[in-house]
Structure formats: C-alpha cells, structure tokens
Design a protein around this ligand. Structure first.
Ligand SMILES: Nc1ncnc2c1ncn2[C@@H]1O[C@H](COP(=O)(O)OP(=O)(O)O)[C@@H](O)[C@H]1O
Ligand SMILES: [Mg+2]
Length: 265
C-alpha cells in the first residue's frame, strides 16, 4: 500500500526578511513532513522562528525559497485562500487581537460561518454556537450581548477554541495558546485541544517554548534554533536521548520537578 500523502511537506523551506546586512533568516532550510492526524510541536526559545514557520503553514507568509506542500500541492497555488483557511485554522497567542472589540462575541462567532460554502440556517448556527461554547465550559446565555473586553484572558482563549469547534478545520495551528492563562486554565486548554483532536481527528501544530508541555501533548517534537530545525523525533527520544546541544539547553532550563519524562523513564 502506498504511504498516505502527508498533510504538510516542506523541502528546504526558507523565509528571510530584509536585505543585505539587515537580512534576517527567520526559517532556514527546513525539511519535514507532518502526517494527517499527527500532533507536532514546534519548540524553541523566543525568536527562533516558531511563529514565522506557523504563519508559513497558515499561508500568512510566503516562502522566500524552497517548497511547502499541503496534501501534495504547493500551498501558494492551492487556489482560493478562503478555502485553505476553511481547512487550516489558527489559535494565536493574543486572543484579544483575534476579536474585534466593537462587536458582540456572539455576532463574531456567527461570522465564522462566512468561511463555509453554504451558510446554515439561522437556528442551526445558533445551536452550533451554543454547543461550541458549552464544549469549552462557557455558558452561552452569560455571553449574550457581551463584548470581548468584558471577558478575562482565560475566557477569551477558550472563546478562540470555541471558534475551532464551530469551524471544525482539518488542521489547527496553535501558537502559544496557553500563554495568557494561569497554570490551572492551561491544563484545561490542553484538555480541550486533546478533545478537539479526538472529536474532529485533526492535525495539530502546537507552538510553544515549553518542552515539558510539548512532551505531554505531541506525537513528535521539532526543536528549532535560530530558524533551523535542529532535531525532530518522538518526545521520549528527544527528551531522553537529545542529539542537539540546543535541545539539551531547553531541557536544562526546566526545573527538575517539572520534567515529566524523568518519572516515566
Ligand atoms: N515581519 C518580520 N519582519 C522582520 N523580521 C521578522 C518578521 N517576523 C519575524 N521576524 C524575525 O524572525 C525571527 C523569528 O521570529 P518568530 O518566528 O516570531 O520567533 P518566535 O520563535 O519567538 O515565534 C525573529 O528574529 C523576528 O524578529
Ligand atoms: Mg512566536
């Protein structure tokens, strides 16, 4: 049986900004595949190129050179970007930036349906919004008439995840989705992400600087350093037998009580 076409395939993918002495290579010569229904984490220190790689996958940035394929087709030529974003959705670091402060939450959730080829009838839209809110532990009636600024950071982040329950994309790119919340809500958000993966059998690209967090949720880790993927592999292999000094550095930065792989070894 031929191998399944990967969800994403990158060959020598590079994204640089600026020219001459000011040229900055944010993603350098990255070669990888991400299978369907796989959870891959992009891990590395601040500024290593995680978000730029995430934006390339989201078709929000264009490669400077190299190839990036989605289901075997170059992303840039995959036709209507709206159709692409119907498939590939994001949850970003700053949930307040994702919502317009001047419109009610409910009206903005309803706007999600614009990405669909066929807008469902009013009653069905309302029903699906309620279900999505309940799925992330938000009470639909309490949000009626409310605006984004009236919610806490944690509530907003859950609202972003509710969007994903409504849109049901094939791929979710989650860029530091837990950065705005306390440890308790963080566990909750990770739980919702796992629930999304189970219920919607999604492919997930999870971006984090926290290798401990990545260890828990991923099938594979990509370790980034200065724009390069310096190591990729299964969480146990990468954490217990790191081959790159930069991976070792990330592991050393974690207090020993927070090293989940130690107790499981
Ligand atoms: N639009 C841009 N113009 C110029 N430089 C950029 C741009 N976006 C990102 N960079 C640079 O690329 C590098 C990687 O950034 P980023 O992917 O945001 O890092 P992080 O791993 O923290 O998400 C950084 O040095 C950043 O300053
Ligand atoms: Mg970032």
């Amino acid at each position: 049986m031929p191998a399944e076409t990967p969800c994403f395939e990158a060959r020598n993918l590079t994204r640089a900004f600026g020219h001459g002495a000011r040229r900055k290579v944010a993603v350098s010569d990255a070669t990888f595949t991400i299978a369907e229904r796989e959870i891959v984490s992009l891990v590395g220190q601040s500024g290593c190129g995680k978000s730029v790689l995430a934006k390339l996958l989201l078709r929000l940035e264009k490669p400077s050179s190299g190839d990036l394929l989605y289901h075997g087709r170059p992303i840039a030529e995959s036709g209507d970007p709206r159709a692409y974003w119907r498939d590939v959705q994001a949850v970003f670091q700053d949930p307040y930036a994702a919502f317009n402060q001047f419109f009610t939450i409910r009206s903005q959730l309803k706007a999600c349906f614009r990405l669909f080829d066929r807008r469902p009838p009013e009653a069905e839209m309302e029903e699906r919004i309620d279900q999505a809110l309940l799925a992330v532990n938000l009470r639909p009636r309490e949000l009626d008439g409310k605006y984004p600024f009236e919610l806490s950071g944690g509530q907003m982040q859950r609202l972003l995840l509710a969007r994903i329950f409504i849109l049901r994309p094939r791929v979710l790119i989650a860029d530091e989705p837990t950065s705005m919340v306390d440890a308790c809500s963080r566990a909750g958000i990770l739980e919702y992400l796992m629930k999304l993966k189970e219920e919607l059998s999604m492919t997930i690209v999870f971006v984090t600087h926290d290798i401990g967090l990545a260890y828990y949720v991923s099938d594979r880790l990509f370790i980034l350093h200065e724009g390069q993927i310096v190591e990729q592999g299964a969480p146990d292999d990468v954490t217990q037998r790191p081959t790159s000094p930069f991976t070792r550095q990330l592991l050393d930065d974690i207090p020993s009580v927070h090293r989940p792989w130690v107790s499981r070894a």
